[in-house]
Ligand binder design. Structure first.
Ligand code: AMP
Ligand code: MG
Length: 406
């Protein structure tokens, strides 16, 4: 059985090349740039006033108060102003071009305009260059302003608009199919027979994908029947990534791995020292990736976050898509049988002196109800059988950690 770290190593060395696509810049929120963007002009494109006031020559206002002749106005979008000579001032608004000849802007609050509007008294000196953003001071034409690999947020969208990028090249999101397996499963809108349960994993996984901004195709439930599994898997293999849940362990009716073999998939690992989620399978066929996640609901959820997320995030162009880790202080003693790295549900809160980790009761890896109270998992190292209250443990935060409320 390989360790979680070894499994991740195998996974990451078996990812296909990322693909790119061209999309409208305003649809690119949350995507990863697949090209360097360069400034298409200087920004600001002219010497720009930072406030409302008067453009002046600093040497004219060294001794104040001083009266200057108002010879014009420069407002944002009002054309380029004329030249300023010594002894003159030009009224100027925020964002407007500073006239040639002026080298400072004094704020309107430090001035008095005469009643006829022809003269202004500047009441305090202003230094040369003050309140002026020089042309090109934020970006020079031709300079790289966003690197390939940069995640696109609202500020990046603003930058694309600033430089007139109507289309940008981003990494293509992989297409993903989900298949649930099990004779015992019915859909949420059907009454289960006494021996049946409702399928929850497909909807959980689709939601986890949605947190990664990936919309999956759910292909329905495959019975524990090789022909039916084969049929569903073949349509799943039309996508870039297929995620199957259930049917991967050692039971009499766990046919998923057999069908992987029949379909010529290369199985790269099929057992990981992780708890929950030991029977996790990772396989590929050419550039297609296939994950066989265990059927138990928490196992499926945790192995998605530990293995599927790092792979899919990288296909989307992210450099480190793993869920954030941090350290916190355990609030209770914990026991386990050593041998597997455990990811156990916890409620983590900030207190004055650090992060506190309250382990949550969960009945088994089937207990998805218990897991709804968690905002993180804490990691029980595989070589330990006991953790004492007060020990500092590693946490893996769930994707909605910062918005979850108790
Ligand atoms: P399996 O991995 O197929 O052996 O299933 C392990 C456990 O998970 C069994 O109790 C299944 O009934 C349950 N299970 C499997 N698939 C699902 C699913 N899609 N939704 C909810 N529970 C499931
Ligand atoms: Mg099953």
């Amino acid at each position: 059985m390989i360790s979680v770290e070894e499994a991740l190593g195998i996974l990451l060395s078996n990812l296909p090349e990322k693909e790119v696509e061209q999309i409208p810049f305003h649809s690119a929120l949350g995507r990863i740039l697949a090209e360097n963007l360069v400034a298409t002009c200087d920004i600001p494109p002219f010497y720009r006033s930072a406030l409302d006031g008067y453009a002046v020559l600093a040497s004219d206002v060294e001794n104040t108060p001083v009266e200057l002749r108002v010879v014009g106005e420069s407002r944002a979008g009002g054309g380029m102003p004329g030249k300023l000579e010594s002894g003159e001032a030009i009224a100027i608004m925020t964002g407007a071009p500073v006239p040639e000849g002026a080298n400072a802007v004094q704020m309107v609050e430090l001035s008095h305009l005469s009643s006829d509007g022809r003269k202004v008294t500047i009441t305090k000196p202003v230094k040369a260059h003050e309140n002026i953003a020089p042309r090109g001071s934020e970006a020079r034409a031709g300079e790289v302003i966003l690197d390939s690999g940069h995640r696109i947020g609202p500020a990046e969208i603003a930058v694309m608009a600033t430089f007139g990028y109507s289309q940008v090249q981003v990494y293509r999101k992989p297409s993903v199919a989900i298949v649930a397996t099990g004779d015992e499963l019915v859909e949420f809108n059907k009454p289960p027979r006494p021996d049946q349960i409702r399928n929850s994993n497909a909807y959980c996984l689709a939601s986890q994908l949605r947190y990664m901004e990936i919309e999956a195709d759910y292909l329905g439930i495959a019975r524990d029947d090789k022909e039916e599994l084969r049929h569903k898997m073949l349509s799943g293999l039309e996508r870039d990534v297929l995620i199957i849940t259930g049917g991967v362990s050692m039971g009499e009716y766990d046919f998923v791995q057999d069908v992987f073999h029949d379909l010529g998939l290369e199985i790269l690992f099929s057992k990981v020292a992780i708890k929950p989620g030991k029977p996790t399978v990772f396989a590929r066929r050419g550039d297609k990736l296939v994950f066989g996640l265990p059927g138990n609901p928490i196992s499926a959820l945790v192995t998605f976050e530990c293995f599927v997320r790092p792979a899919l995030g990288r296909l989307c162009g992210m450099k480190s898509p793993e869920l954030p880790r941090m350290m916190g202080e355990l609030l209770a003693d914990m026991k386990q049988t050593p041998g597997r790295t455990a990811f156990l549900p916890a409620w983590v809160t900030w207190e004055k002196d650090g992060w506190k980790v309250e382990p949550l009761l969960w009945k088994s890896s089937a207990d998805i109800i218990g897991f709804t109270r968690a905002n993180a998992t804490f990691i029980f190292p595989k070589n330990r059988d006991f953790l004492s209250r007060g020990e500092v443990v590693e946490l893996m935060l769930l994707p909605d950690f910062f918005v979850r409320q108790r």
